[in-house]
Design a protein around this ligand. Structure first.
Ligand code: PPS
Length: 338
């Protein structure tokens, strides 16, 4: 029987039939059984939440690790490439430059979706092969990406969509985190387009109902606001940088200079210029998809801010504006919507 109480203090609560039906019927991603981790309401696939949350909680992060955390579709991959290039490839002479980013910067939240029925749509075989090569004596049931990451040498740039409250209380004292956040309107447009493209579970949701599911906290790794709020509360922590996608886009160099200090990469201005060029949207798109043979096609879709304008009806925009206002008036978080 799987655990019901996690080391993080969360309780694993299966969805009621009605809740599960609401999620399944809305045509939303991940046509599989889900649980909520209460009291925060984190929505994760069953039984992976109970299986891997404690492993993540106990994961041995190293003092030089850089972890990119985010709610999905917030610019995670962009930040992974920025950090990896700053740390490992500022002169663009690293032999692994042309490997997909997810091979160089592993995603520890992938384990939560590997064994779901979704895997058949996502073609994760490449990761299983990789696991067999680097972890020949280990069991896949103990986590594919978690173990690949554990055995990785050198300075690790790790990706995770899991929220801060599922990590151990001293997590931020053990490693450095860059938390990426993007305005929720562009997040949902990006998310919608990705799911349409990969057609997970014959994704049938219309934009409007998909956006409502997002606002009702019915998408995996959500609730969105709690995810963002937890990082926002830590924004003064010396080991966390809270970066808005819109700011990074509008003034990339200022952020690269800050990240240069934060990571201790100690790059020259000319190297920072190289990093900026190498991680621009057009360069990254030109080099190919973030994962070989699977999941993404046309991952680098638009890479802009404000694209949401052509998706929202005035009514839906008003609904979302109210939702945004409700969650930002008290905390002073100021999203640029462009
Ligand atoms: S994921 O799948 O959740 O990890 O997605 P994530 O990487 O967080 O977000 C994907 C969106 O980020 C855009 N992107 C970029 N924007 C600007 N510059 C660069 N270099 C860049 N790289 C990725 C990507 O295109 C997705 O946004 P949309 O709006 O869909 O284009």
């Amino acid at each position: 029987m799987s655990k019901t109480k996690l080391l993080s203090g969360h309780k694993v609560v299966p969805l009621t039939q009605e809740e599960q039906k609401e999620i399944t019927d809305s045509g939303v991603v991940f046509p599989c059984a889900m649980v909520r981790l209460q009291p925060d309401g984190w929505l994760l696939p069953d039984p992976m939440a109970a299986k891997y949350c404690d492993t993540v909680y106990n994961f041995k992060f190293r003092p030089d690790d850089l972890i990119v955390m985010s709610y999905p579709k917030s610019g995670t991959t962009w930040m992974q490439e920025i950090l990896w290039t700053m740390v490992h490839n500022p002169d663009l002479d690293h032999p692994e430059t042309s490997k997909p980013i997810l091979d160089r910067s592993p995603d520890i939240s992938f384990d939560f979706i590997f064994d779901t029925p979704v895997a058949q749509f996502l073609k994760f075989e490449a990761f299983r092969k990789w696991f067999a090569e680097v972890c020949p004596d280990r069991r896949t049931e103990d986590g594919i990406m978690l173990q690949i990451t554990e055995l990785m040498s050198g300075r690790r740039i790790i990706k995770s969509h899991l929220p801060l409250s599922l990590m151990s209380p001293d997590f931020l004292d053990k490693a450095k985190v860059v938390y990426m956040v993007r305005n929720p309107k562009d997040v949902i447009v990006s998310y919608f387009n990705m799911l349409k493209k990969i057609n997970v579970g014959e994704f049938s949701s219309a934009f409007e109902s998909f956006t409502r599911s997002f606002m009702q906290d019915n998408l995996i790794f959500g609730p969105y606001w709690r995810h963002v709020q937890e990082a926002w509360e830590q924004r003064e922590h010396p080991n966390l940088r809270f970066v808005f996608y819109e700011d990074l886009k509008a003034d990339t160099m200022t952020h690269l200079q800050r990240l240069n200090d934060f990571t201790g990469a100690n790059l020259t201005q000319s190297q920072l210029d190289t990093v900026a060029r190498h991680t621009s949207f057009s360069s990254m798109k030109g080099r190919g998809e973030p994962m070989k043979d699977g999941l993404f096609t046309n991952f680098f879709r638009k890479g802009t801010s404000g694209g949401w304008k052509s998706y929202f009806t005035p009514e839906l925009e008003q609904e979302m504006d109210d939702w945004i206002e409700k969650h930002t008036t008290k905390n002073g978080m100021n999203f640029k919507m462009y």
